[in-house]
Write a protein that binds this ligand. Structure first.
Ligand SMILES: NC(=O)c1ccc[n+]([C@@H]2O[C@H](COP(=O)([O-])OP(=O)(O)OC[C@H]3O[C@@H](n4cnc5c(N)ncnc54)[C@H](OP(=O)(O)O)[C@@H]3O)[C@@H](O)[C@H]2O)c1
Length: 320
């Protein structure tokens, strides 16, 4: 199953089934996250631009019709690569972008949640992607540099995006990195079609939000779906900047399940998400053609009830 086979019989993202956003925008539940397309630290040009472009094209060839991005990946780089790869866009392609932060030369991610900053970010995404409207925009709540914390109201920034939606620049809105209370607050202002918080087989502190979204017919699009990063950041002595710490999927049970299926631990992590709740849409991020194919092949991995029972019992100390 972890093959780097590039022939026509590779597994299609369609195997994961669809979720219909807002009752009108179908997305295959196996999508693609664009954050790994820029250079290291999500900064600057890709090491190999032609390869980055080909990864995006290959994702679509393999049936992906949902790409998650942001103009602050690079900055600008991820959107430019998507545009080069796919413009003019297929009618069924759904690009979900996010606003709420910007990048500084020290590669930090300070907040940009003021209405004027959000308006500018929406126009930057429109320009970068080469579109006249954005399918879905997530408001990403960022604490850094005077941003908003978990107990703060998000009414002002979400209201600003709701106005842009009313003006037709945005078709649908989502929220990212929010508490249940902030999610509820946003829904009072305008319809929310998706939520993007950190969640994966080993980190499930947003389990209640997954359920609430499922009951309301709202998609949950977890970031770090492969569980390869944590939100803890470490200082990189080489660049003196803070970078996310990469951790391996080291739970023995995941490897045991993977072995039973001749699959990889990453495929098991994705298959578990797809099986766990029908509103979960996966957006694994990669810059590698082989990893891309491996991740999409997880759409065809059917976990048994025994697998699921074992994986459900997994938890990371106090983080459920
Ligand atoms: N809203 C937010 O705050 C937020 C935050 C983070 C991410 N996101 C979104 O969520 C998407 C997914 O998150 P992510 O890309 O950071 O994390 P991820 O999908 O959990 O993991 C990506 C990392 O895993 C590696 N990887 C991918 N497939 C692999 C495989 N089959 N085998 C081994 N390694 C593999 C990638 O390296 P290679 O490139 O070498 O494959 C990369 O280092 C992003 O692309 C982005 O669109 C949103």
């Amino acid at each position: 199953m972890p093959s780097s086979d590039t022939t026509a019989d590779a597994v299609s993202a369609a195997e994961a089934g669809e979720f219909v956003l807002a009752g009108e925008l179908p997305v295959r539940r196996m999508g693609f996250g664009a954050m790994q397309l820029p250079g290291p630290g999500v900064w600057g040009p890709p090491k190999d631009r032609a390869r980055a472009v080909s990864v995006v094209r290959r994702a679509v060839e393999l049936g992906v019709n949902h790409i998650d991005t942001s103009d602050y990946y690079g900055p600008y780089v991820a959107n430019e690569v998507i545009r080069e790869a796919l413009h003019p866009y297929a009618d069924d392609l759904v690009i979900v972008t996010k606003v709420g932060a910007f990048r500084t030369p020290d590669q930090a991610w300070p907040s940009a949640l003021k209405p004027e900053q959000l308006r500018r970010a929406v126009y930057d995404n429109l320009r970068g992607l080469g579109r006249d409207h954005l399918d879905v925009v997530n408001l990403r709540i960022v604490e850094e540099a005077g941003g908003l914390g978990p107990s703060d109201s998000i009414a002002e920034p979400f209201g600003a995006l709701a106005e842009l939606r009313e003006q037709g620049l945005i078709r649908h809105l989502g929220v990212s990195n929010v508490t249940a209370q902030q999610f509820a607050e946003a829904r009072e202002i305008a319809p929310v079609v998706c939520v993007q918080n950190e969640y994966n087989v080993v980190r499930r502190r947003h389990e209640d939000l997954v359920r609430t979204c499922a009951e309301a017919g709202i998609a949950f699009m977890p970031f770090f779906p492969l569980g390869t990063f944590t939100l803890q950041h470490e200082k990189d002595p080489a660049t003196d900047t803070k970078v996310p710490r990469q951790v391996p999927l080291d739970a023995q049970v995941i490897h045991a399940v993977a072995e039973r299926h001749g699959a990889t631990a990453y495929q098991v992590a994705l298959a578990w998400l797809l099986r766990h709740s029908a509103n979960i849409c996966c957006i694994p991020g990669t810059s590698s053609p082989d990893h891309l194919q491996e991740n999409i092949a997880a759409a065809g991995l059917r976990l048994t009830d025994t697998d699921v029972k074992e994986l459900d019992a997994l938890h990371e100390g106090g983080d459920r």
